[in-house]
Write a protein that binds this ligand. Structure first.
Ligand SMILES: CC(C)(COP(=O)(O)OP(=O)(O)OC[C@H]1O[C@@H](n2cnc3c(N)ncnc32)[C@H](O)[C@@H]1OP(=O)(O)O)[C@@H](O)C(=O)NCCC(=O)NCCS
Length: 193
């Protein structure tokens, strides 16, 4: 389901998959060839969400923002595994976030990082590029070796293929609703009270 909120309509690139049970709402932009899987919530209601190209958000994940303070920014070729909570954080290009992880306000995960499954990333945490982040709370464990880099690079490309398989099976390409008088988004000064 793709819905406007206060006149802000999600902006979608080409050949995006949004599962019918997912909710994408408000000031959200999603780049070409990305996919949002079953029962995800992407809620751009009190700040904005940006999702790059060829990025996948897997089933049961939840993406939200902080009023007046933190948008959520997700780069190109990022993989968010199942049941992840992202709140007001930034994930740079090529990150893999393992299943059931939580990443909190103001955290920045550098390019190509692997955030291990089940981690809790604290507010304002900074992860250097191409490192393994793990634990509760998460710490930097080490620079990624070749095996982990291969894992990170394999997931986003698989998910581009998966969503194409769904299209081939008859599932629809996502389309945003048209509304008569769209308002600017938060980045352009949306007057949220
Ligand atoms: C990170 C991961 C790949 C494990 O890799 P690994 O090769 O077994 O890890 P390593 O042996 O290199 O571990 C390095 C350190 O990280 C710790 N660690 C690894 N995975 C961890 C996890 N999930 N939670 C907490 N700590 C973890 C190890 O205990 C070790 O800590 P130490 O150096 O203090 O002893 C795996 O745990 C993971 O999260 N995979 C992602 C799974 C996923 O979500 N897939 C969905 C994709 S569709």
């Amino acid at each position: 389901m793709i819905r406007p909120f206060q006149g802000m309509v999600p902006k979608l690139g080409q050949r995006i998959f949004v599962a019918d049970s997912a909710l994408v709402l408000g000031d959200v932009e999603i780049g070409h060839d990305s996919s949002i899987w079953f029962n995800c919530v992407v809620r751009g209601d009190v700040n904005y969400v940006r999702i790059g190209t060829r990025t996948n958000i897997q089933d049961m994940s939840c993406i939200h923002v902080t009023n007046h303070k933190w948008p959520t920014l997700i780069g190109d070729e990022v993989s968010i595994a199942h049941n992840v909570m992202l709140h007001g954080c930034t994930l740079e290009k090529g990150v893999l976030v393992g299943m059931s992880t939580t990443i909190m306000d103001g955290a920045v995960i550098g390019e190509g990082c692997l955030v291990a499954a089940g981690s809790l990333v604290r507010e304002g945490f900074r992860a250097p590029p191409h490192t393994l982040i793990a634990g509760w709370p998460a710490i930097v464990k080490k620079d990624l070796g070749e095996d982990h880099r291969l894992l990170v690079a394999s997931v986003w490309s698989r998910y581009v293929r998966y969503k194409e398989a769904y299209f081939k099976d008859g599932w629809p390409i996502a389309e945003a609703p048209e509304i008569s008088a769209p308002q600017p988004g938060f980045k352009d000064g949306h007057p949220y009270a």
